[in-house]
Write a protein that binds this ligand. Structure first.
Ligand SMILES: [Mn+2]
Length: 195
């Protein structure tokens, strides 16, 4: 079973993430930040990764530590669940429209973290949520998940749609990348023999 549980506690946050890469996209995400829960739900649903997240963060300061640290824990859980990456497709991409917004994601489960982020947000807030935290989340996910992660906004004007299209685009790309390829089920997808 490609599952993992990661618990991470600091003076700023306490987070537990449970994932199943071979799930159906069922989720139960509770971070205390409504909009962020909504985004994590999208990630789970469209990646078909079962996901349970419990986060207790220092929300009296702001949402920053909770969002970033959830990205760290989720990245660590991905690494743990993927193991030696035998049989995975490794690469994934998705061009995802949501109303006015279209987001392109291309990713490689390379163990070489690199984030290309070209997603300008038209407004600083979505409700009470700081839109700049969307980048913080994906930076943490890339760094701790060992993901080469390229995300570009092609067009769009509504920040809620842009953020949501971003999470959905990454989700679909991730679904493809973590899937096992029946043609190479016993192989690690690298000429180096390790990923
Ligand atoms: Mn929405």
């Amino acid at each position: 079973m490609r599952t993992a549980t990661v618990t991470r506690a600091t003076s700023e946050t306490e987070i537990t993430v449970e994932i199943n890469l071979d799930g159906t996209g069922s989720y139960d995400n509770q971070t205390g930040i409504g909009f962020f829960d909504h985004m994590l739900d999208q990630l789970s649903r469209h990646a078909l990764i079962d996901m349970t997240v419990r986060a207790k963060g220092d929300l009296h300061i702001d949402d920053h530590h909770t969002v970033e640290d959830t990205g760290i824990a989720l990245g660590q859980a991905l690494v743990k669940a993927l193991g030696d990456k035998t049989g995975i497709r490794r690469y994934g991409s998705c061009l995802l429209p949501m109303d006015d917004a279209q987001v392109r994601c291309a990713l490689d489960l390379s163990a070489r973290p690199f984030l290309i982020w070209n997603v300008p947000m038209p407004s600083p807030k979505i409700g009470t949520f700081d839109t700049e935290l969307v980048r913080e989340f994906f930076q943490a996910l890339s760094t701790h998940g060992g993901i080469t992660l390229h995300i570009d906004l092609l067009h769009g004007f509504n920040s809620h749609h842009i953020a949501e299209a971003t999470f959905k685009s990454v989700a679909r790309a991730l679904r493809e990348a973590v899937e096992t390829d029946p043609r190479t089920a016993q192989a690690i997808p690298s000429t180096k023999g390790a990923l």
